[in-house]
Design a binder for this molecule. Structure first.
Ligand SMILES: [Zn+2]
Length: 59
């Protein structure tokens, strides 16, 4: 899935984990997981993702 422009002196473009929008790396929020880094176009999508992925706390 690489159809990027050849002149890549610019920052890499990431994809929002929630809405799949393309986001420049410096703009997006990111969250490093144990084996994957999640990227979000903004705090809104981050919150959405957090809600979706939150687990009930164990006693
Ligand atoms: Zn998003």
């Amino acid at each position: 899935m690489t159809n990027k422009r050849p002149d890549t002196e610019e920052e890499p473009i990431l994809e929002c984990d929630v809405c799949m929008k393309e986001i420049p790396r410096s703009v997006g929020e990111s969250l490093e997981g144990p084996d994957y880094v999640h990227h979000f176009c903004g705090a809104e999508c981050y919150e959405q993702w957090k809600k979706k992925n939150s687990r009930p706390p164990k006693p």
